[in-house]
Design a binder for this molecule. Structure first.
Ligand code: TYM
Length: 331
């Protein structure tokens, strides 16, 4: 079976972007791939969470992974910091990662611009740690959303560079994965911004209660409505349709599309429908999250099982890496 690796930072509740950009693909891959799904707690340190927030964030994502249907019997579910070999590989890969290429990364530039007082080295070398996450298990595929495309490109570069430098083929070159071979997904926000995200403050969480989902969807930005038949949709309206495409049936989407094209659409109706369709999707997941969060012993068991399995694979790769680098035992 080909190997798959992907992770999510424990910086808050999982939202529809995480679910449809990443987790949904995880679920589809569990049977046919050797899967490693983890919680990227080290990555989340770039924004300096308190120990309490870090801990509750990890617990939440672990429960959410399970509630979404990731099966610890099929997939290896683990916490990044439980596998110290990742940090060791990160240190080694840093020697072949160059300041110029790291500084040019879009996500680094964005974060440095958004928060100029916290441009730390962890932020700069974020793609190196991410590469270590991926290649330490010799991943072939990485299911991620569109926003991670460039980070993944860097991981490919670091893997190739290592193989070339040491004239070896320790690392397969990882590729992005989307189910059915389609484009990488970008779930839009409801505030007219391009992307749904935690830091964008426009996210609808899986854990969100129905009342709050309705409120958020009803507040979504729209315009005065189409003035001509078959008019092209402006971005804010397209975003609503994109979300509907994701959660609603094709018939529902076609219905509102037709109304739009005939200039008869009432956005209030469309939003009501969208909210109900989101709730139908998230409500059962929310129930399961609540249940699983009550069972600390189960969460601990899953994390331990995953850590053991992930370490086994990581230790092996790291040994190969050390051998080709030339760390020979002298005594
Ligand atoms: P993170 O925690 O920001 O997001 C987790 C996953 O959710 C996807 N995602 C989206 N997809 C579509 N539309 C959206 N609006 C949207 N928002 C988030 C992300 O693309 C991602 O797949 N650097 C990673 C975590 C990471 C990782 C890795 C991923 C660390 N090491 C190794 C894969 C492999 C991150 O910050 O994701």
């Amino acid at each position: 079976k080909p190997t798959v690796v992907s992770g999510i930072r424990p910086t808050g509740y999982l939202h529809l972007g995480n679910y449809f950009g990443a987790v949904q693909n995880f679920l589809k891959m569990q049977d046919d791939f050797n899967c490693y799904f983890f919680i990227a707690d080290i990555h989340s340190l770039t924004t300096h969470p308190t120990p309490e927030n870090l801990q509750s964030g990890v617990r939440q994502v672990l429960a959410e992974y399970l509630a979404c249907g990731i099966d610890p019997e099929k997939s290896t579910i683990f916490i990044q910091s439980d596998v110290p070999e990742v940090s060791e590989l990160y240190a080694l890969l840093n020697m072949n990662a160059y300041l110029g290429e790291l500084e040019r990364t879009t996500s680094f530039k964005d974060k440095a611009r958004q928060n100029p007082d916290n441009v730390n080295a962890g932020l700069l070398t974020y793609p190196v740690l991410m590469a270590a996450d991926i290649i330490i298990h010799k991943a072939h595929f990485v299911p991620v959303g569109k926003d991670q495309e460039q980070n993944l490109e860097m991981a490919r570069k670091f893997a190739k560079r290592f193989n070339r430098m040491y004239k070896c083929d320790v690392f397969p070159i990882p590729r992005p994965y989307t189910f059915g071979g389609g484009d990488m997904i970008k779930v839009p926000g409801l505030d007219g911004s391009g992307k749904m995200g935690k830091s964008e403050g426009n996210a609808i969480n899986l854990y969100e209660d129905p009342k709050s989902i309705r409120k958020k969807v009803m507040r979504a930005v729209t315009d005065a409505g189409p003035t001509e038949m078959n008019q092209e949709k402006p971005e804010v309206i397209q975003n609503l349709f994109t979300l509907m495409d994701i959660v609603s049936t094709p018939d529902t989407v076609a219905h509102f599309d037709e109304l739009y094209n005939k200039c008869e659409i009432r956005y209030g109706d469309m939003k009501k429908q969208l909210a109900e369709d989101i709730i139908a999707y998230t409500a059962p997941i929310r129930e399961r999250i609540i249940d699983i969060l009550k069972d600390d012993a189960y969460l601990a068991k899953v994390a331990k099982l995953g850590a053991d399995k992930a370490r086994e694979s990581a230790v092996q790769t790291l040994q190969e890496v050390k051998d080709v680098i030339g760390f020979k035992k002298l005594f």
